[in-house]
Ligand binder design. Structure first.
Ligand code: AMP
Ligand code: MG
Length: 372
């Protein structure tokens, strides 16, 4: 069965086609039109501007997705669209497009949660990759991974989600203020590194690590130190706004002491900030996995592109004897393959006789949609 996914919750207009085979999911196309450059000058995403761009680009992205997958709308068995959470005007554009397609071509349609999408980026087989080269992917649906623990980290979310099965979720921890990706973006902004800041900070942190490899300043003795917020708290919540403020105070202090923010000082700030942010994520995830006796840890969301986070989580899960999965790099950011995949699992769980409820009439947007 081929599934068409549509995602417009933020600043990516994305349409993709996947094919669900008996034991694995293959990606046939993954078309994305990004508005990052447009919003960069505002330092963040402007909702109405995002909606206008989605409306302008969605027809073209749709055609590209069909052409890349070498199929047409008749070959599509299900439409899956993000119905929340996200920016209301942006969500509405994709939802209206999806409902119109479902109505015009008489296709079943399912509305999915954007975070359910991120979780399912772990099930995707990248274009051109063969099973044996993809050991880290969950491909065999019989894999014993439940209960699993999801760490979802993005520009809008930092969540620990217990997963008993597809669609059965319980949020056990979340950020009390800023999301971790948001903290990366805000710290980058105050260091003048541009938007989105995550990749820039990661790059400069890596530079610092490379330049100081073997030096005592790595690990033991960075001159600049930041706190690890809530690392010892008994719950599984996070807080990133204080860490961002600590960076702000450090930058102010350095300037007052007439210390120049040279490249090497900026790199060190990025290194220590990234280390602090990620140490908390990894420790809390491992603690939750032990407490809830989960069989696997699944990473996802835009920040899951961070190499240091991937390495640390992988290393620590291996040490604790827990299976660990991470999405292929191309599915870490917002995309529609993951939306198609989440929709497929929801559809597959419903008995064939009840599938008439997957109608364009019953899909509604919910900008604050929750996972559990
Ligand atoms: P999303 O909200 O899922 O679209 O993800 C976007 C967020 O991921 C933004 O806050 C980015 O700064 C962040 N991000 C992307 N790549 C990285 C990276 N390599 N390291 C840290 N954060 C990242
Ligand atoms: Mg996202």
């Amino acid at each position: 069965m081929k599934i068409l996914g549509i995602e417009t919750s933020c600043d990516e207009t994305a349409i993709a086609i996947i094919e669900a085979k008996s034991s694995r999911i293959e990606v046939l196309s993954n078309a994305i039109s990004s508005q990052v450059k447009l919003h960069a000058k505002f330092g963040g995403v402007v909702p109405n501007l995002a909606a206008r761009e989605h409306a302008k680009n969605i027809g073209h992205v749709f055609k590209t997705a069909l052409a890349d997958a070498e199929t047409d709308i008749d070959g599509i068995g299900l439409i899956s669209v993000t119905r929340g959470p996200g920016l209301a005007p942006a969500l509405l554009t994709g939802l209206t497009f999806a409902r119109t397609l479902a109505w015009k071509y008489d296709k079943p349609i399912v509305g999915v949660n954007h975070l359910d999408g991120h979780i399912h980026s772990n099930w995707l087989m990248p274009i051109g990759v063969k099973t044996q080269n993809s050991k880290l992917k969950i491909q065999n649906f019989g894999d014993k991974i439940f209960p699993a623990l999801n760490l979802i980290v993005s520009g809008g979310h930092t969540e620990l989600v217990l997963m008993q099965d597809h669609g059965k979720y319980k949020i056990i921890g979340e950020t009390l203020d800023d999301a971790v990706g948001e903290a990366f973006d805000k710290v980058a902004r105050l260091l003048g590194l541009g938007y989105p800041g995550g990749p820039q900070i990661a790059r400069l942190a890596e530079q610092f690590a490379l330049n100081n490899a073997g030096s005592i300043r790595i690990n033991a003795d960075t001159i600049i130190k930041f706190p690890r917020p809530m690392i010892k708290s008994k719950d599984f919540n996070f807080s990133y706004s204080g860490l961002k403020t600590s960076v702000l105070y450090k930058v102010r202090e350095l300037k007052e002491n007439k210390t120049k923010l040279t490249d090497s000082v900026v790199n060190e700030i990025c290194y220590e900030f990234q280390k602090a942010a990620i140490e908390v994520l990894v420790q809390k995830t491992l603690k939750a996995a032990a407490q809830f006796k989960t069989k696997a840890v699944l990473l996802s969301g835009g920040v899951s592109a961070n190499k240091y986070l991937r390495e640390e989580l992988s290393k620590n899960c291996a040490k604790a004897g827990i299976r660990y999965f991470q999405p292929a790099m191309e599915y870490t950011g917002d995309n529609a393959t993951m939306i198609a995949c989440a929709g497929y699992f929801r559809y597959a769980q419903i008995p064939t006789t009840s599938r008439n409820k997957f109608s364009w009439k019953s899909i509604k947007m919910d900008a604050n949609l929750s996972l559990s």
